[in-house]
Design a protein around this ligand. Structure first.
Ligand code: ZN
Length: 155
């Protein structure tokens, strides 16, 4: 058995089960598939948004250190994607004005967000769990495109 998300001409989306893809085509051709909402036989496969697969091995992703930066304003998905396309150059330029705080990132970012410290661009490391927690709290953080090595380890 195979299931398809189907949509009638009135935009009613429903699930249909068939023996095979060919079975679906055949039933559709004979107008035997009817929308359960309006009864229309003018149905087609609904175009579903593709699921975005996470890259790489996620096994230790929750606890592994990840490079992260504090951004100004609220996180904006389109901007993030644009940033991803701009590669490491943009990141390097951005980080020139940003202070490396290492594993103190979460602490510092929260202090700034809650007004306990002066706002300044910072970047450092934190783990995915902490990053998610900060995003849920509304702290404007974003993952860095290119992992940044701590300054003390680059020489
Ligand atoms: Zn319908």
């Amino acid at each position: 058995m195979i299931s398809f998300d189907l949509k009638c001409i009135h935009d009613h989306v429903f699930e249909g089960w068939f023996r095979s893809s060919g079975d679906y085509e055949e039933q559709r051709g004979r107008r035997q598939i009817a929308c359960p909402v309006c009864g229309s036989a003018d149905v087609a496969k609904a175009v579903m948004a593709p699921a975005v697969a996470a890259k790489g091995n996620r096994r230790d992703a929750a606890t592994a250190p990840a490079s992260i930066a504090m951004t100004s304003g609220s996180p904006d998905q389109a901007k993030l994607e644009e940033m991803l396309g701009a590669l490491a150059k943009a990141q390097t330029e951005m980080l020139e004005k940003s202070q490396w705080v290492g594993d103190k990132f979460a602490e510092q970012a929260r202090a700034m967000y809650y007004g306990e410290a002066e706002q300044a661009p910072i970047h450092g490391t934190t783990n995915a769990q902490e990053a998610r927690a900060m995003m849920e709290e509304g702290v404007p953080v974003a993952p860095l495109i290119v992992p940044v090595a701590p300054p003390e380890s680059t020489h």
